[in-house]
Design a protein. Structure first.
Length: 200
């Protein structure tokens, strides 16, 4: 049995660097024009287990749904997984469908830990470091290429305790035989992501 934490975090929809802009450009640091969670925000699902394995995936625009969780997590979840998430109803539905033990952490009720072991501290820390890295090192990135940056950040996280980071990072990159496939799929994935927005 393993405990897996999962939570969503959000980035502003950005067409930085694209030749054809489909909306009015937003000044750097400016808030989205719509209040709350809208299609101006890109949802990223962050998943981490207690063995330091992590996953960061662009899921959708706006609020996540059960199908978004299924797409991201189905290949990474075992029958014995204990899932910790926030109180989002989509996680509850996903856990019920998969027959998983599920612990919802109600941050809105100032709940941080259940039974001393169920919490979201790992994914919340990852969220914080990710956003700081994206903003401080790149001043934000284009939504079209966000998944690439998430993959890069994941590699950095996995190797952050390495004594020979550069060497291990190179080896990790060389072992990834799907790089070319992912690169070619970027335009299509972006089109599908934007299409989701029009369907929501």
């Amino acid at each position: 049995m393993g405990i897996t934490e999962s939570d969503e975090t959000f980035f502003h929809l950005s067409e930085k660097g694209l030749k054809q802009i489909i909306r009015e450009p937003r000044k750097r640091g400016e808030a989205a024009s719509k209040r709350g969670i809208s299609d101006e925000l890109v949802a990223v699902i962050v998943t981490a287990d207690r063995n330091r394995e992590i996953d960061l995936s662009v899921a959708t625009l706006g609020r996540i749904k059960k199908r978004d969780i299924e797409k991201v997590m189905d290949d990474r979840i075992a029958e014995t997984t204990v899932l910790c998430s926030d109180g989002h109803v989509s996680y509850k539905g996903y856990a019920m469908d998969k027959g998983l033990e599920h612990h919802a952490i109600r941050i809105d009720l100032k709940q941080r830990v259940k039974q001393k072991i169920y919490h979201l501290q790992h994914v919340n820390n990852i969220d914080s470091r990710l956003k700081k890295w994206i903003q401080s090192d790149f001043n934000g990135v284009s939504t079209k290429y966000l998944q690439n940056y998430l993959n890069w950040f994941r590699s950095k996280e996995l190797l952050k305790t390495s004594e020979n980071f550069i060497k291990e990072f190179k080896l990790l990159s060389l072992e990834d035989d799907q790089t070319k496939v992912r690169f070619k799929s970027i335009p299509l994935e972006y089109v599908l992501l934007m299409k989701k927005s029009s369907q929501n």
